[in-house]
Ligand binder design. Structure first.
Ligand SMILES: [Zn+2]
Ligand SMILES: [Zn+2]
Length: 444
């Protein structure tokens, strides 16, 4: 969804010179993945050139469902509108769920790549837009297929049930909920572990990073309609100016984080949009604000949302706004994305495994970020499930070094210029995912 910059520069600068050497015990899997890369890159370029908007995924799931059937998975399509669930039962043991998300973004691609997307589509707003895999979900899906191929070929090495899901609508925060509401945990084997990865712009290609505990934030979208009493700009005393009131509200909202929140609990209140008025000499009768509100803990989230209501009403009263012109605060519950929590045991197990496989310079711990991911819902739907989403760095090493490891100088996720070093992301993620899956499903 909305991924912040990973503040990983500190320790990743040290990683900027890591050797590509692979430890001996990992060689077989690494070589098998390498042998599959030409085929995977063909798939990647096709997915990249044909992105689809959230909850409008049609071609993508159909194409990938065919791949999964070929590998011997039992495949169910149209779960949660356009999601795919592929199940492979292979004896007794844990049930592992692997998730990849499928949607692109309403972004006009400007990477100049030979396989750049030229797709246009009509967004839900009714506006026609370019579409691009600007969040790298195409690398997720390609690696998902790569992982499925490795695990299908290695059935003798594991025991248990594999549930591999392709999720729609991550960018709009709808897809995970749609699949769970459509019986993901009741119609199909319920997982004991769920895992996923996301490509990262704020790390060099091939680095694998894990944030144990809270990894991504609660994301709330809030609309505020600040009413006024409009009139002539030359006679302000006959009006109630919503721009002045909304400005006071914007400033007062800053105190929620700076004065009311415990400084040790991360929180963000950003007013991302402020719209009002049409002409120099007219005092309008409404100002509209759009906020993004970020937190980790449920109690912090509640305090921020309650505080917004209180401050907005209080400022309106202070401005002498009549009762029938009080501001209206709308919390967009349907767009809420809950905080993502990586459970401790699984996080530590994966970090140890990745350190052994890739070396300590390529496998690192990362601090959490205030971006959001609806992957969180698979854990929140049943907290007995172990859950982990990890990062796989995508920025080409040469660009990383040229920028001195300062990710803010480089294209971020959602940028029309985001062009990850896809082959490194895909091969690293496929190897990491397969190794972690084999570890979770290893024969007792
Ligand atoms: Zn995104
Ligand atoms: Zn994403």
């Amino acid at each position: 969804m909305i991924h912040g910059v990973l503040p990983m520069r500190r320790f990743l600068l040290a990683a900027a010179t890591f050797a590509v050497a692979t430890p001996l015990q990992a060689a077989t899997l690494a070589e098998a993945v390498k042998a599959d890369m030409p085929s995977l890159m063909t798939l990647y370029r096709d997915l990249h050139a044909n992105p689809e908007l959230s909850m409008q995924e049609v071609r993508t799931p159909a194409k990938l469902a065919v791949e999964m059937k070929k590998l011997g998975f039992s495949v169910t399509e149209k779960v949660g509108k356009t999601g795919v669930v592929a199940v492979m039962k292979n004896g007794a043991g844990p049930t592992l769920m692997i998730r990849a998300d499928m949607d692109g973004l309403p972004v006009v691609e400007q990477t100049g790549l030979p396989y750049a997307s030229k797709v246009r589509a009509v967004a839900r707003s009714g506006v026609e837009t370019g579409v691009m895999h600007a969040c790298g979900h195409d690398t997720h899906m390609t690696s998902f297929i790569g992982t499925a191929r490795q695990l299908a070929a290695r059935k003798a090495e594991w025991s248990g049930t594999l549930v591999m899901i392709l999720q729609p609508g991550e960018e709009t925060g709808e897809g995970a909920k749609a699949m769970l509401d459509d019986g993901l945990y009741t119609r199909f084997p319920k997982p004991s572990q769920v895992i996923a990865f996301h490509d990262a712009a704020a790390a060099p290609a091939g680095v694998v990073a894990i944030s144990p505990g809270y990894a991504l934030a609660n994301v709330d979208s809030v609309d505020i309609s600040v009413k006024g009493v409009g009139g002539h700009g030359a006679y302000p005393h006959t009006t109630k100016d919503p721009i002045v009131l909304a400005s006071k509200i914007v400033m007062a909202l800053q105190t929620l984080v700076s004065r009311e929140n415990n400084p040790l609990d991360p929180a963000v209140v950003t007013v991302g949009s402020f719209q009002a008025g049409a002409k120099h000499n007219i005092i309008s009768d409404e100002a509209k604000l759009q906020l993004t509100v970020r937190s980790y803990k449920p109690e912090v989230r509640k305090a921020l949302l309650d505080g917004i209501q209180r401050i907005v009403r209080g400022e309106a009263i202070a401005a002498g706004m009549p009762n029938d012109r009080m501001p209206v605060v709308t919390i967009r519950e349907a767009e809420f994305t809950p905080a993502t929590f990586n459970t401790d045991a699984l996080s530590n197990r994966a970090l140890t495994l990745f350190e052994e496989r890739f070396g300590k310079q390529r496998a690192v711990k990362a601090p959490p970020v205030m971006g959001g991911e609806d992957f969180s819902r698979y854990y929140l739907a049943d907290k007995s499930v172990e859950s982990l989403i990890f990062w796989v760095g995508g920025t080409p090493m040469a660009k990383w070094q040229a920028a001195g490891g300062d990710a803010s100088k480089l294209p971020s996720l959602h940028s029309p210029y985001w062009a990850p070093e896809a082959d490194t992301v895909i091969s690293t993620a496929t190897e990491a995912m397969t190794a972690l899956s084999l570890d979770i499903l290893k024969k007792g």
